[in-house]
Design a protein around this ligand. Sequence first.
Ligand SMILES: *Cc1c(COP(=O)(O)O)cnc(C)c1O
Length: 356
Amino acid sequence: MQKKLFIPGPVNVSEDVLKKMAAPMIGHRSKDASTLQRNISEKIMKLMYTKNQIMLSTSSGSGLMEGAVRSCTQKRAAIFSIGAFGDRWYKMATSNGVPADKFSSEWGSPTTAKMVDDALSTGKYDLITITHNETSTGVMNPVEEIAEVLKKYPEVVFCLDTVSSLGGTKIEIDTLGVDICITSTQKCLGLPPGMSICSISEKAIEAAKKVENRGLYFDLLAMYECIIKKDHQYPSTPSLSHMFALDYQLDKILEEGLENRFMRHKEMANYARRWAKENFDLFADESYASNTLTTVRNSRNISVSDLNKKLEKYGYTISNGYGNLKEKTFRIAHMAETTLDDLKELLNTIGNILNL
Ligand SMILES: *Cc1c(COP(=O)(O)O)cnc(C)c1O
């Protein structure tokens, strides 16, 4: 039976997209490889609403997150955390010897513009990281308000983790002034895991030039220079299979229409939230609830792992809570190619299993 995944990555991948992964290889130093990457970049620029350079990395998103904080922090990084993935970004900084401070919000709450202003007004920081959509708690940060405050600090490099939101909700990179926007293939973009994507601004590049120890594989400056000098190629061999599939899937995304795609995600989020409130409760502060996944507070004290075992019989999988939130919450992703009808079927099935 075909699995129906409602977990926040990897997501279901359409048959035709999967088939593109099986396309014959081309040389990674060939003209065709340059053309492939250039085409992908142009389409990603539309999806990110940016004119900045696009870079692909043969790694999951964590690779580029680590690369960003290591390559572009000269002084000190301010890491804003609202859950597990913000915490991970802090670990990436400290384990690389990058000076950093973590500013945490209570799980379920966002990073506020005031928190960012308070931290940056000290003048201690030259890079900040924000999680756009925290996949552990189901909170989507008020990135417009944060971006507004950041305009007061033009020297600070703004890194944004959009791993679980880009492609599912509108994020206007240039309007927001994001210097490095990072995402992965296996969430809202609807592709297999194994590749990640970022946009990078001139400001971030200039910052990286002043950092001595940028590492090697995730040295963002080296990647950037290779793209410029070798017409959109990479220092090492990229996953061409992912690139074939990504190029094709981006056409499908643009064909659906970005506004339509974002609206589909919004409708699913509204439906999931209403269901959660009627039957359980929402974990996230509702004004900041995510458009791409819903974290449900397990207010009925059901066994989430039992529920998942029963769902397996119907081919469905949902996610238990993350880390300490295991069994206290469960997570339903509504991202990528999932439709409102798919979601309704899942929630009906859960309703039947639990006699809701
Ligand atoms: C999944 C996820 C990550 C980690 O991405 P990988 O591609 O698994 O490395 C980081 N941040 C957020 C918000 C995520 O959802």
